[in-house]
Design a protein around this ligand. Sequence first.
Ligand SMILES: C[S@@+](CC[C@H](N)C(=O)[O-])C[C@H]1O[C@@H](n2cnc3c(N)ncnc32)[C@H](O)[C@@H]1O
Length: 190
Amino acid sequence: MDYMRNKDYWDKKFYRRGENLFSPEKILVESIGCFKAGTVLDVACGDGRNTIFLLENDFKVTAIDFSEKALERLNKFSILDGHSVIVKQVDLSIKDALKDIGVFDNIVINHYRLSKEILNVIYRNINRGGILFINGFGANHKVDDKITKDDLIYDNDFDEIKDYFELVNHIESTNEIGVLSTYIFRKNNN
Ligand SMILES: C[S@@+](CC[C@H](N)C(=O)[O-])C[C@H]1O[C@@H](n2cnc3c(N)ncnc32)[C@H](O)[C@@H]1O
């Protein structure tokens, strides 16, 4: 089964998750200084650990995921935190899922491998000078039945967006869950 893209799997996972929200992704916290002030689209946001961090750092956030259980939790956490967030249920397996979502100063894609069809046109959803932050398991991560080769991020994922973006930083790191690859792009001004 393709766990990572299975809605039932994620709904159950978020339904069973405990009361507390996980900490935001460390590399996102460390990279926040290069974000453009303003809005963020958090793609495949889960229950919002990164969304909440972004809200607390004065960004206006739109958070999208296909799991309503994840989005219910995110709504609850944002209310508890005293922040308001725009939440939309979006299925990223649909080719033009981001067509009407709007244009943002930054986009975060953390631990979700976006389809080529969407990634190749994501420049349309980012303002000039805006940041595209992508982080997840890299090509050197060990695969198993849950995290498969299709879930990993490869350098050549970005071949077709290079005309629209400048690579600001590429970081390879290892933590307790595996080998991570982080790409931070800035959209060109032209
Ligand atoms: C590994 S979690 C990452 C969540 C969050 N970005 C984070 O860093 O905590 C992957 C997320 O992708 C979402 N997802 C998987 N397939 C999806 C799809 N086709 N459309 C929208 N969201 C999807 C899941 O519901 C889950 O929240």
